[in-house]
Design a protein around this ligand. Structure first.
Ligand code: AMP
Ligand code: FES
Ligand code: ZN
Ligand code: ZN
Length: 321
């Protein structure tokens, strides 16, 4: 990852990684130490976790979620994993293999939920049934199942692997649109309320390059491939734009997002419409919602009635457009 002559900033041993935004190189040991410090700093600053929390980590089999699970276990938290089978063909089969292997090799507990087995649909079918982009059905399904699995299992906090690149890209999109409502909700901690578990993002101070390096140094096998249905979405374009800026001016990405949290987020407190709507229980599943049926139950109703659509069909359609 770096020229062999570079030395670790802390111990002067040969470095394995350069981090331009810290203007330094690090050996494996001190790189891991830096990552732990960044996670601990995020956890403490935003009061994400307590020592006695029962933590559920949503794991996709990718680098970020496996890295955060590994770090939290290493830091001494009681943390189980949650894997959701989205039914996105081979991509989902392989991602499940990585999540299961990680849990098995370390003797950790992985909770599994399968959309097809338990709710009679999958993401490609839901996308076709609703005539919406796959990420829309995928997001509704994941959010609902994160909440319900956490509450059902008696977990006090749900953790996701969103990193600095993810959050900066979402912030960039929300800012381009001046979507004040989304900006007001873009916080790394959502407190528990009205039947929702507390949700936290401990990786907000680490980039995806750093979480990938964490996995490599720690010997964690992860799924490198991105979801085939995300190809070409705006989120990836925003990430590329921010990377171009970061390349010219190291540290810009962290300043953009972490500066938002310090300077802007407090000014936006109370601007989220979600704070104002009264919530009632979904008449089918009991989850909090503003309507009669929650978005997830409406999705299940439509998607489960549709004949199964293989992911290849959607990908072919995407390419020919
Ligand atoms: P994404 O929305 O794909 O960028 O993923 C964001 C976070 O959601 C990941 O870091 C994981 O914590 C979680 N996640 C994504 N896919 C899954 C899945 N299939 N099962 C459980 N958690 C997931
Ligand atoms: Fe959700 Fe790709 S992971 S659409
Ligand atoms: Zn060192
Ligand atoms: Zn419902």
């Amino acid at each position: 990852m770096v020229a062999s002559a570079s030395k670790c900033r802390t111990c002067r041993a040969p470095a394995i990684i350069d981090l331009p935004r810290h203007n330094a190189h690090f050996c494996a040991e001190h790189f891991l130490q830096l990552c732990r410090r960044q996670v601990t700093k995020a956890v403490e600053q935003f009061e994400m976790l307590n020592a006695d929390d029962k933590v559920l980590v949503a794991v996709s089999g990718g680098k970020d979620s496996l890295a955060v699970w590994d770090m939290l276990v290493e830091l001494g938290y009681h943390a189980d994993g949650l894997y959701i089978g989205l039914g996105i063909g081979e991509y989902s089969d392989t991602s499940a293999d990585y999540a299961r292997a990680f849990a098995r090799d370390r003797g950790l507990h992985l909770v599994e939920v399968s959309l097809r087995d338990e709710y009679d649909y999958d993401v490609p079918t839901a996308s076709r049934a609703t005539r919406r982009v796959p990420c829309s059905a995928c997001g509704i399904s994941k959010r609902h199942l994160f909440d319900s699995a956490a509450l059902k299992g008696g977990y006090t906090v749900l953790v996701t692997g969103h990193n600095l690149d993810d959050e900066a890209a979402v912030l960039f999109g929300n800012t381009l649109r001046w979507d004040v409502e989304y900006l007001a909700r873009q916080l790394p901690v959502l407190p528990a309320r009205d039947g929702f578990p507390k949700k936290v993002k401990p990786l907000i101070r680490l980039t995806e390059r750093e979480t990938a390096a964490w996995c490599i140094v720690r010997g964690i096998d992860y799924l490198v491939e991105e979801c085939p249905m995300a190809v070409g979405n705006k989120h990836l374009a925003y990430k590329a734009a921010l990377n171009a800026i970061e390349h010219e001016s190291p540290g810009s990405k962290a300043n953009f997002y972490l500066g938002f949290l310090d300077n802007m987020a407090p000014l936006l407190a109370g601007r989220s419409a979600a704070d104002e709507h009264a919530l009632n229980a979904c008449s089918s599943c009991g989850a909090p919602t503003t309507g009669e049926l929650c978005a997830f139950c409406r999705l299940v109703e439509r998607a489960a009635a549709h004949e199964p659509v293989p992911v290849e069909l959607l990908l072919r359609k995407g390419r020919s457009r």
